[in-house]
Design a protein around this ligand. Structure first.
Ligand code: BES
Ligand code: MN
Ligand code: ZN
Length: 515
C-alpha cells in the first residue's frame, strides 16, 4: 500500500529516500530547472547544469537520470526527469514525465515529487501520472520483486488549496480504477471468462460499498436465460460456441441531482479466437484484451459514482467468448437482435458489433441524452491510426464532446467518418436479412463496423470509440502507460461525464446560480 500526501515543503530539506525533479530545455537547448526543482538546482549551484550535461542529459521528454546526492540535499538520491520544451509544461507532459519517474524509483521506500504542481490541474497530472505509471501486473509471477513503496509526497505551493486537495483525491480514485481495469484486461482468458468477469465486477461493487452502506452503483448480471427472454440474439449468437456462457452486466449510477444522463456500452469479448472464421495463430495471441472496452466503461462508471458526479450513468457490458465448436455460430446464420432487426452473419470474427448491437439497442430504448460506446472493434482501425490513437465516430455534437474530454485527459483520438457508402452497404447488401454484418471488402472496414453499430442507436446522440489500438501496448512502457493493458478510455469517459455535470442543467427551471 502506498500513501499519497500533498504538502508544501522544500525538496532540498525533505527527509526521504528519493527526490524527483523535472528539467526542461529552452529553444536553444539550454537546460532549465522546472517549477519545483529550483531549490534543488540552487543546492547544487553552478555545478548543476554541467553535471547533467556531462551525463548526456538533454531535458527531452521521456529522459530519466538518477544521481547520488552526496549530502547536497537531504535525500539520498535524486531522480531527474526530462520535461521537453520549457514553454509548454502542460498537464499532459507532466503526467507522462511523472509516469516515467514512477517506473524508475528503484527500491526507494519514500519518494518526494518536486515536479510542476503549481495548480490543481498539475497536481492531478502528477498524481495520475505516478499512480498510473507505477502499475505492473504481477499476479502470475511467483517471485515478487516488489520493493514496497510506502510514501509518496507531492510537494506543491498550492498544497493547502481545496481544489488541489480534491485533485489528489480524484486522481487516487480514478487511478485505482484504471489500474483495476488493467488487471482485468491483463488477466488470462482462462481466468476471466464471461462469468468470472461478471463476478469481478460484483466483487468490486462490494469493495466500494463497504459494510452496511447502500451501494452507489446498482449491478445486474443477466445470464443466458435472461438474454434469451430479452431476445439478445447477438450476444447469444456470439457466445453459443463457447463452453463459457455469455453475460450482460448492467450498472446504474442514478444520483438524485443528475443534470444529464448518458449510457455507456463496452465490448466484453473475454477471448476472440475468431470463431469458425478463425484467426491465424499470431493474431490470436493477445485476444484476451478484446474486453478492454467493457473494462473501460465499467471502471469509468464506478469512478463517476465515487467522484459523486451529478450525471446519471447506465452502463451495458455484454460479455462473451468467441470460440469455434460444434455449436458455434456459422457464416450464413441470421440472428435477430434485441430491437427485432435481423442480421446476416458472414464473418464470425466480426463478433464485436453483434454483441454491441443488442446492448446499444437496449441503451437507445432507455431515456438517455447520449450513448457512448468503447470497443476493440477492428484491426483496420489500428492500420489507419496506429497503436496510440483511437478512432472516433458519431454525430457532430457527441463527437465534439468526447473529443474535448479526451483532450482534457491526454488520450489521443481522431475522428473518422461514417460514409453514405458504408451505410448503404450495411443496409442493402444482405439478400436475406435487414442488415449485413460484414461485406469482405478490405478497405474502410472500421467505417463499415461503425455504420453497422449506428443501425442500432435509434437516432440517439451517439459516439463510438474504436480502441483496438490504444487499449493494448505491445511495445515497452512510455510515459505513464505500461506495457500490455493500458486502461485507455477511462479518463476520457470520466471527463465526458464531468463536462456534462458542469453543463447547463437539462430540463431544470432553476435559473443558474440561484439558491
Ligand atoms: N477483436 C477484433 C479486432 C482487433 C484486432 C482488436 C486486432 C485488437 C487487435 C475484432 O473482433 C475483429 O476480429 N475484427 C476484424 C474486423 C474485420 C472482420 C473487418 C479484424 O480485425 O480482422
Ligand atoms: Mn473478432
Ligand atoms: Zn473481437
Amino acid at each position: 500500500m502506498t500513501t499519497y500526501t500533498l504538502r508544501k515543503g522544500s525538496p532540498a530539506k525533505t527527509r526521504t529516500d528519493l527526490v524527483v525533479i523535472g528539467v526542461a530545455h529552452s529553444p536553444k537547448g539550454d537546460l532549465e530547472a522546472c517549477p519545483g526543482a529550483e531549490e534543488v538546482a540552487a543546492a547544487y549551484g553552478r555545478r548543476f547544469k554541467p553535471l547533467l550535461t556531462s551525463m548526456g542529459f538533454r531535458g527531452d521528454a521521456g529522459e530519466v537520470l538518477r544521481l547520488p546526492t552526496a549530502g547536497t540535499i537531504k535525500a539520498g538520491q535524486l531522480l531527474v526527469v526530462g520535461l521537453g520544451p520549457r514553454e509548454s509544461l502542460t498537464p499532459e507532459r507532466v503526467r507522462r514525465a511523472t509516469g516515467v519517474a514512477a517506473r524508475n524509483i528503484g527500491n526507494a521506500a519514500s519518494v518526494a515529487l518536486a515536479l510542476p504542481a503549481q495548480d490543481a490541474d498539475h497536481v492531478r497530472a502528477v498524481a495520475e501520472g505516478f499512480i498510473s505509471g507505477a502499475y505492473s501486473f504481477k499476479r502470475y509471477k511467483s517471485k515478487s520483486d516488489d520493493a514496497g513503496l510506502a510514501d509518496v509526497s507531492i510537494l506543491s505551493d498550492a498544497a493547502r488549496r481545496q481544489d488541489s486537495v480534491a485533485a489528489l483525491e480524484a486522481a487516487e480514485t480514478v487511478g485505482a480504477l484504471v489500474n483495476r481495469a488493467r488487471d482485468w484486461v491483463n488477466t488470462p482468458p482462462n481466468d476471466l471468462t464471461p462469468e468470472l468477469f461478471a463476478d469481478e465486477v460484483v466483487t468490486l461493487g462490494k469493495e466500494l460499498t463497504g459494510r452496511g452502506r447502500t451501494p452507489k452503483v446498482a449491478i445486474e448480471v443477466l445470464g443466458a436465460d435472461e438474454l434469451e427472454s430479452l431476445g439478445c440474439g447477438g450476444i447469444l449468437g456470439v457466445g453459443q460456441g463457447s463452453a463459457n456462457p455469455p453475460r450482460l452486466v448492467r450498472l446504474t449510477w442514478a444520483p438524485e441531482d443528475a443534470r444529464a444522463s448518458v449510457a455507456f456500452v463496452g465490448k466484453g469479448i473475454t477471448y476472440d479466437s475468431g470463431g469458425l472464421t478463425i484467426k491465424p495463430g499470431s493474431s490470436m495471441a493477445t485476444m484476451k484484451y478484446d474486453m478492454g472496452g467493457a473494462a473501460a466503461v465499467i471502471a469509468a462508471t464506478f469512478a463517476i459514482a465515487e467522484l459523486g458526479l451529478p450525471v446519471a450513468v447506465t452502463t451495458y457490458a455484454p460479455m462473451a467468448e468467441n470460440m469455434p465448436s460444434g455449436n458455434a455460430m456459422r457464416p450464413g446464420d441470421v440472428l435477430t437482435m434485441y430491437d427485432g432487426q435481423s442480421v446476416e452473419v458472414t464473418n464470425t470474427d466480426a463478433e464485436g458489433r453483434l454483441i454491441l448491437a443488442d446492448a446499444i439497442a437496449m441503451a437507445a430504448e432507455s431515456d438517455v441524452d447520449s450513448i457512448v460506446d468503447a470497443a476493440t472493434l477492428t484491426g483496420p482501425c489500428i492500420v489507419a491510426l496506429g497503436e496510440k490513437v483511437s478512432g472516433l465516430f458519431g454525430d457532430d455534437a457527441t463527437v465534439a464532446a468526447v473529443a474535448a474530454a479526451a483532450e482534457a485527459s491526454g488520450e489521443m483520438l481522431w475522428r473518422l467518418p461514417i460514409t453514405d457508402e458504408a451505410r448503404n452497404a450495411v443496409r442493402t447488401e444482405s439478400k436475406v436479412a435487414d442488415v449485413l454484418q460484414h461485406n469482405w471488402v478490405r478497405w474502410g472496414s472500421a467505417l463499415f463496423a461503425a455504420a453497422f453499430l449506428d443501425e442500432f442507436t435509434g437516432g440517439k446522440p451517439w459516439a463510438h470509440l474504436d480502441i483496438a489500438g490504444p487499449a493494448w501496448n505491445t511495445g515497452g512502457p512510455w510515459g505513464h502507460v505500461p506495457s500490455g493493458a493500458t486502461g485507455y478510455g477511462i479518463t476520457t469517459l470520466v471527463a465526458y461525464a464531468a463536462a456534462l455535470a458542469d453543463g447547463p442543467a437539462s430540463g431544470s427551471e432553476e435559473p443558474v446560480g440561484s439558491d
